[in-house]
Ligand binder design. Structure first.
Ligand code: N01
Length: 537
């Protein structure tokens, strides 16, 4: 056993067990060990830190949130001095950063890599979580923190006769550590979400022929890739805490202030100018939320945005038939997509767009895929088909709370949580960015939630208390979240945001839609009211 693999497991009794060492889990490990001085061990299936950034190393992978807010703030020195090279960091740079954080704080000695947790059961008699690893070992812990990721549970559907295919099938979210050489090859990309468009724009000029298998077209705006802006660095350096707090006090923590103006309240000329400015600046979230306040809630306002993008698309794509295939018919109300030069890719002679809704992928052959009755010959097929988002990884672990309550039963028709962090009947159990967390960018919000429950655990430690959640408080929280999504176009537009992307998954709200600033107000009021809604028994 190497040092990086962590302690021997079987029979160990911990204060805290953490599942997952992505952005949230690493910080939770830091807080539990360094702030509270608890005996903590973290577990991850990967052989290194990074969570989704460990696995998603496909060509073109990078954050599409500005690096200014895709960072930790707890280590002020690193917050100020880590030199992100680009406005949107590449996956390799994010992974380097996370390794640097883990190494600086010596976190890896408390992590068991290559370790899957299959089962977690609360034992009332000993007031401990009993975890079972994939290799049959047992670990006990007073607290369990699951930081298993919002978009980490891969979804890669299979098609008939896959075993006959003589080429290679690669899943974007489980990309091989050694990057395969795709130059000159006939490559298909199945899926045109954030992952698909990053791969498509990166590979179009590098492969022999690229076949894009598009089921539902999406609205795409430019990302605006470029060097990390000096003015952002200056602003962070001037007062990092003030910058962090400013970002947290916006609605979505993407590093800008959301608009409060209706798209319908300004003259058409001004509206066009605003959209044009946002288009030139780049960034999907900014285009959707910084331009106008009601794009995601009003069909009329939404149409002003889609009319603008449609005109750009039609100007960019030379073949009108291809432009028509690329034009969505639904609202601009999925998670917004951004990539530089996406539509222009389809002018290349080595790129073919397939409409696999009209002409479905039927099956594999030895040489490729049958699409709409015709064989497409391929060397490599890339599945960019997304994730069982938000709830997927929680439900993979067989989690049993008090009185034998199984999480899979409790969440059968949709998740139930309090503040996105706890679940009634699951004592001493915490989630980082669990269902019904705010609909925001992640790292700073992960930190905020971890800080919040670190304080709660500290309070419980003082009285040897067990933290649980009142069912009524949880019900109220779920209701607020369901009402919140119901008022938006995200609710009526199929995507992973509402669970519609996974066959058989309940279609429901999984978010607090009131914005981060309001979320902090609500959660701080709960804390200041003696943690109303939590029980520390
Ligand atoms: O997944 P998606 P993703 N046959 O669900 C298609 C984050 N992320 O991995 O729309 C054919 O968005 C599916 O088609 P349809 C980000 O939050 C961030 O791209 O269901 N096609 C769709 O086109 C993002 O939103 C970055 O009809 C099938 C695609 O696969 C989230 O992860 C980078 C199919 C899935 O799109 C998920 O993005 C990457 C089938 N059977 C990801 N099944 C950053 O930049 C599915 N599809 C930070």
């Amino acid at each position: 056993m190497t040092e990086a693999q962590g302690k021997r497991l079987d029979g160990i009794d911990l204060d805290v067990a953490i599942i997952g060492v992505g952005v949230g889990g690493l910080y939770a490990l830091y807080c539990m060990r360094e702030k509270l001085g608890l005996n903590v061990q973290a577990f991850d299936m990967a052989s290194g830190v990074g969570g989704t950034w460990f696995w998603n190393r496909y060509p073109g992978c990078r954050v599409d949130t500005e690096s200014t807010v895709y960072t930790y703030s707890f280590d002020l020195d690193m917050f100020q001095n880590w030199k992100w090279s680009e406005r949107y960091a590449r996956q390799s740079e994010v992974l380097d950063y996370m390794n640097a954080v883990a190494d600086k704080h010596d976190l890896k000695r408390s992590i068991n890599f290559n370790t899957r947790i299959d089962r977690a059961q609360w034992d009332d008699a000993t007031e401990r979580w009993v975890l079972a690893t994939g290799t049959g070992e047992t670990v006990r812990a007073r607290y369990l923190i699951e930081a298993v990721g919002l978009l980490s549970s891969s979804y890669a559907p299979t098609f008939p006769d896959q075993d006959k295919f003589k080429g290679q099938v690669l899943v974007a979210s489980k990309w091989p550590e050694t990057n395969p050489d795709l130059s000159g090859k006939r490559v298909a990309v199945i899926g045109t979400g954030s992952t698909g468009i990053q791969i498509i724009t990166e590979l179009a000029s590098k492969v022999g022929h690229l076949h894009v298998m598009q089921r539902t077209p999406q609205w795409v705006v430019p990302l605006g890739i470029g060097p990390f802006p000096q003015e952002a660095r200056d602003r962070i350096n001037l007062n990092p805490i003030a910058f962090r707090d400013w970002a947290l006090n916006t609605g979505t923590v993407f590093g800008f202030v959301e608009s409060t103006i209706s798209a319908l309240a300004v003259p058409a000329k001004e509206r066009q100018e605003r959209y044009e400015k946002a288009w030139q600046k780049g960034n999907g979230f900014s285009f959707m939320l910084e331009t106008f306040a009601d794009i995601t809630v009003s069909p009329e306002a939404n149409k002003t945005a889609t009319d603008f993008i449609k005109a750009k698309l039609e100007a960019a794509v030379k073949d009108p038939k291809v432009a028509a295939m690329l034009t969505p018919t639904d609202y601009y109300a999925r998670r917004p997509l951004a990539a530089d030069g996406y539509y222009e890719v389809y002018n290349r002679p080595n790129v073919t767009l397939h409409d696999v809704k009209a002409n479905p992928i039927e099956r594999y052959t030895e040489r490729g895929l049958i699409v709409g009755g015709e064989e497409v010959e391929l060397d490599v097929i890339i599945m960019a088909t997304g994730f069982d988002a938000v709830t997927g990884n929680y439900l993979k672990i067989d989690t049993i709370g008090k009185d034998g309550a199984n999480l899979r039963d409790i969440w059968a028709s949709g998740p139930r949580t309090f503040g996105g962090m706890t679940i009634a009947g699951f004592p001493n159990f915490f989630m980082v960015f669990g269902p019904f967390s705010p609909f925001t960018s992640q790292p700073l919000v992960h930190e905020w939630q971890v800080n919040y429950f670190t304080d709660l655990i500290e309070a419980a430690e003082k009285t040897n208390g067990i933290v649980d959640t009142e069912v009524t408080a949880q019900d109220q929280w779920v209701q607020i979240c369901q009402d919140g999504l119901a008022g938006t176009l995200f609710q009526v537009t199929d995507s992973w945001i509402n669970g519609a992307n996974i066959p058989g998954k309940p279609r429901t709200s999984m978010w607090y839609m009131g914005g981060m600033a309001n979320y902090m107000v609500e959660m701080n009021a709960i804390r200041d009211n003696n943690y109303r809604g939590f029980t520390v028994g």
